[in-house]
Design a protein around this ligand. Sequence first.
Ligand code: ADP
Length: 511
Amino acid sequence: MKSLFENAFENAPIGMALVSKEGNWLKVNKSLCTIVGYSETELLAINFQKITHPDDLDKDLSLLHEILDGKRETYKLEKRYIHKNKEIIWIQLSVSLVRDANNEPAYFISQIEDITENKKISDQLKKAIEVKSRFLANMSHEIRTPLNGIIGLASLSLDEKLTEEVKGNLEHIRSSSECLLNILNDVLDLSKLEANKTVFKKEDFELENLVKTSLAIFYPLAKSKGLLLDYEVDMNISMFCRGDETRIKQLIYNLVGNALKFTNHGYVKLKVDLERRSENGQYIVMSIEDTGIGIEKENITKILTPFEQVDSSNAREFGGTGLGLAICEKIVNAMEGKISIDSVVGKGTTIKAFFQLENGKKVITKENKSTSNVDLDVDADINKVLVAEDNAVNRLVVKKQLKKLGINEIDFAVNGKEAVKMALCDRYSLILMDIQMPEMDGYEATQIIKDKAPYQATIIGFSANVFNDDKQKGFSVGMDGFLEKPVDLNSLAEVLSVNKRNRLGFTPAVK
Ligand code: ADP
């Protein structure tokens, strides 16, 4: 009669084997034979090296040797076998060592699980995520290009002499387009965060100042709703931190924005407390407390899922895409933290973001630049600008914007080829270069101009492609900066003045 253990070994639903120190199969079970397509006799005549995919052999052998050398007890490895019919099988291998009475290595016990199907599914998933990212990049480009025209022309027209009614209409056009742009940015942002394509910056900042400036934009809304908006920062926190300031602001904007949206009486309070110190920084808890409508228990997990809202009916009262909290969770996760939600319907909600911040250096806080206050005399040195842009409306927008900034000599190229020709025949103080253009794209045109122009041409990428990869590609072909469409007057003015400082040798190119 077979022992219980023998029965368990032979009939186990996953592959099991005893393997000699040299790799010969000593004993194999039925499941292993099914996985690799060999009979028991065939397997016992060969070693595992023979059926291992050549690209996975070194890794497997080196882990085995680590066990034999006493550096580890066990190992797990995803690897490939070649089936008898030559097909590739993905397996999850777990190996441990059995020692003899003298504590010398005797043989290995291996467990082998067929994960080929799972691998196929995860490969398909990876491909689907890639397709989604590419689709979003294209969609972003296609939507941003006309938005540049709409926002740009609405903003410029608002400066003309207009009747109150027309002015009101233009304001609506501008704010609706900006709202559309925000949604587009959220969708893109989440997709980048999900694909782990977001690089978190490390910059020094002062935490209390960040909280104060982030809240500043909300006071008019709070006042108009009759709500008290307040903040409190724990004095035990080290205020000079290092991390991604923009992402933390985004977190505050989303959470405070929601709290104000869903509260009609009472207050919204932001508190920052020290949780504990860590090796090179501190864990903090940022809680946003409101006395608003609250969230039912069963909806709390749902709302952290992208596109989910408590009320998704057509008649819902509040706008939004259901992306804000999902983005916040991804941001906090990237800072080794998590989000928790406490809520009582009719009483209010407290959302806590718990995350880590490294210690930073003391920073001198810059004055926040007013967006409506553009320095129109940006750069007296800039006389002639070339704009390479294939979209006629966007050519009109940038022409009006440049004129407003005091630049009157503006030439246009409608594709990369034309831009190269013009840039090589003339001398431009600045070239604004669209990326996607017919005949020749902006990357190639930039490379040729940088190579061949008899003067040092400053080229600023000027594009609706806003993925980091696009910008990196721009910098790698020699672009000196990058402007994202829709381009506002302030950013354009900044590029022009940074360009001036660059030429005088003060600052590196804008990024
Ligand atoms: P959005 O607000 O754009 O719809 P979010 O992901 O930020 O997307 O929020 C998802 C949903 O969670 C909201 O639509 C709302 O139903 C609920 N919610 C979020 N914050 C609060 C809050 N402070 N009070 C009540 N409900 C909230």
